[in-house]
Ligand binder design. Sequence first.
Ligand SMILES: Cc1cc2nc3c(=O)[nH]c(=O)nc-3n(C[C@H](O)[C@H](O)[C@H](O)COP(=O)(O)O)c2cc1C
Length: 316
Amino acid sequence: MTDYFSDETGLEVRMGNIVLKNPVITCSGTFASGIEYSKFYDVSVLGAITTKSFSLERMAGNLPPRICETSSGMLNSIGLQNEGIDYFINEQLQEAKKLGVEIIPSIFGRDLDEFKKIAYKIKNIEEEIIAVELNLSCPNVAEGGIAFCASAEQVGNIVAATKEILHTGIIVKLSGHYNNISETASAAKKYGADAAAVINTIPATAFDIETCKPKLGNITGGLSGPAIKPVALLKVFELAKENIIPIIGIGGIMTWQDAIEFIIAGASAVGVGTANFIYPECGRDILQGIKQYMRRKNIGDIKMLKGIAISNIIKG
Ligand SMILES: Cc1cc2nc3c(=O)[nH]c(=O)nc-3n(C[C@H](O)[C@H](O)[C@H](O)COP(=O)(O)O)c2cc1C
């Protein structure tokens, strides 16, 4: 069998100052820090791993139950449960580095000051990471989270403050919930972000008809998986048409065909999330599928695929 993994030709992705060997990234909150998943496959084949979002201090998260299945998707209300950024830096980073894959810590602050404090901590490990992702869009937390995405000014302020502290790449994780994604992405770009990860989960809920109670302890949660793919594709397409900032397309990517769809809609790279829970090796197989598709279509460079659907619409 052809060893598709050894041939990385034409897969390199450049997003501002961030250079990845290929476009397949795992999404925050769905791959931990990669260590557990390395039992399933050699995760060094991936373009990068994005960690769970880490806050300044440990966060306990929301009341259980915090996960439930929906038709063609899942709802979660984890509420950013995490052990805090010091835990990542002191207990996980060295282990994760041994995996031989680029690491993107995702960080979350309840306000600008917390983002800055976390950025100062990240400064000590800047050489060991390829970028930092600012989670400005979690729908399951009482403070911060999705509210940041409601304001382009807030997004700009957080990016500007982070950029003053860090030299590493900056990715903003945006929500598909508001209709201002162009403004928030423009503000992020203006103040120094290299890429936008689009989208986070979408606020949603579910009820149990036997108990007549909400299925989630938090009542509401974030919808992810195949159900959100068309919504995410539209956000990526709209943003890509305006050519504001390189995009990491996220939302319901389960197969290589889904990944290609995001790339032709304008994404430079793709994030694989919920699929990891169903099929842990999906990142590896999505990458292999992309390579086989490129060979079959005689596409020498992934950049040639990016946004093809947009050019086709313009050409008519
Ligand atoms: C259980 C779970 C936890 C998540 N935790 C985070 C998180 O900590 N930070 C973040 O930015 N996004 C988080 N997300 C959102 C994902 O990174 C991704 O944006 C979203 O799930 C949509 O992609 P998907 O449909 O491929 O899962 C989480 C998603 C799930 C399902």
